[in-house]
Design a protein around this ligand. Structure first.
Ligand SMILES: [Zn+2]
Length: 379
């Protein structure tokens, strides 16, 4: 057996830890760029204690937006970058921190749609403070950017992009509304399932996924119905963090393969797309494994997932899919058509998904017909 598990991020977790942010930032620099989501409320205390430049990100980050943020960091002489927000603010901050030291042009370095040149210079010190529980982006080494011309999402990726500190304070998630709790929580669930069945899974990511899956199983429903449930919020913040560590080391699969072109072509939150696709992505993989690779180890792994999610000792892979489907129905997860995806778009999305970097982690290659059928079921 050979495997690698890497993270160079210091993880600080716990209720109230956000209060230590100003002190943490001062350990890295004196002129922070603070990248926030649409609301800068969570950043107010830091802005009050340091001469900070702020950059607000509304919606998911694009090539143009991070180019603009990198220019701002240069003009303001920023020496440390802090993201306070959901996955969009974190990916934007991470991209700005690495581009600020590598020349500033995202298309030079983007996978799939850009030149894919290697990032070679260490990024500005970067601190991630998530205010949602889902993306795990605080511990991943990539930033997903949309390219408006190409209608697809692609990543900047390098170990040099890892945050120096991930400051995860579950209290920052208490005010999240139910819909965002559902979307981000189901993204976290997807990011625990896909690395667990991935072709690149290893014993360390397995342990993280199994633990994370049981936390989601007992807490996501509670966090959705009662946002003030502190235990459930803590569990979901941990599950999100675990999903990030798992995906950064074991990769993803078909659901994220689809999410790349869908997120690039339609205005839909990443978590909402993953939620709509998850039960169908599981079902297509299980059916393909049964048909073409009945002794594949990932098939038994889908049964383990089912036992963790349902709590039933004899649960089968199908029971796990049914559990996820029921959860999506309970949360009112919209189908893909609700985001403007037309039936005629599906073959093109399937074709782009087959080339997406996440698809490489899928337990087995899927045929074009299987990909289109899974999209159709989610549509
Ligand atoms: Zn995701």
């Amino acid at each position: 057996m050979r495997f690698e598990f890497a993270t160079a991020t210091r993880i600080v977790f716990g209720e109230g830890t956000a209060a230590t942010l100003p002190e943490l930032v001062r350990g890295f620099g004196v002129r922070p760029l603070i990248v926030t989501g649409a609301s800068a409320a969570h950043a107010a205390s830091l802005i009050a204690t340091l001469p900070a430049q702020t950059f607000a990100v509304s919606g998911e980050p694009t090539v143009e937006l991070v180019r603009e943020g990198t220019l701002l960091a240069h003009k303001a002489g920023c020496d440390v970058v802090v993201s306070i927000g959901g996955g969009s603010a974190i990916d934007a901050g991470k991209a700005i921190a690495i581009l600020a030291t590598n020349g500033g042009e995202p298309l030079e370095f983007l996978e799939v749609v850009g030149k894919g040149r290697a990032l070679t210079v260490p990024s500005l010190p970067y601190i991630a403070v998530p205010t949602t529980a889902g993306t795990g982006s605080e511990v991943t080494r990539n930033a997903v950017l949309a390219s408006s011309e190409r209608g697809v999402k692609a990543s900047l990726r390098s170990p040099l992009m890892l945050a120096r500190v991930a400051l995860v304070d579950p209290e920052l998630t208490y005010a999240l509304p139910p819909a965002i709790t559902a979307y981000t929580g189901l993204d976290a669930l997807t990011q625990l399932i896909e690395p667990y069945v991935s072709a690149r899974a290893n014993p360390l990511t397995d342990a993280i996924c199994v633990d994370g899956l049981s936390r989601v199983a007992r807490s996501l429903r509670r966090a959705f119905h009662d946002g003030g449930d502190r235990d459930a919020r803590r569990e979901m913040s941990l599950a999100s963090l675990f999903g990030g560590l798992a995906l950064a080391n074991a990769g993803l699969g078909v659901v994220h393969g689809f999410a790349a072109p869908l997120g690039g072509g339609f205005h839909a939150p990443h978590g909402a797309l993953c939620a709509a696709l998850l039960p169908h992505g599981m079902a297509v993989n299980v059916a393909a494994l049964r048909a073409r690779a009945p002794r594949h180890p990932s098939l038994e792994r889908y049964a383990v997932i089912a036992r963790l999610l349902t709590g039933g000792n004899d649960a089968t892979a199908d029971d796990g899919i049914a559990w996820v489907r029921a959860l999506c129905a309970e949360f009112g997860i919209p189908a893909l058509r609700a985001w403007g995806v037309a039936e005629a778009d599906l073959p093109g999305i399937a074709e782009k998904a087959a080339r997406a970097s996440s698809m490489k982690g899928n337990p087995l290659p899927l045929t074009t017909e299987e990909l289109i059928a899974a999209l159709g079921a989610a549509h």
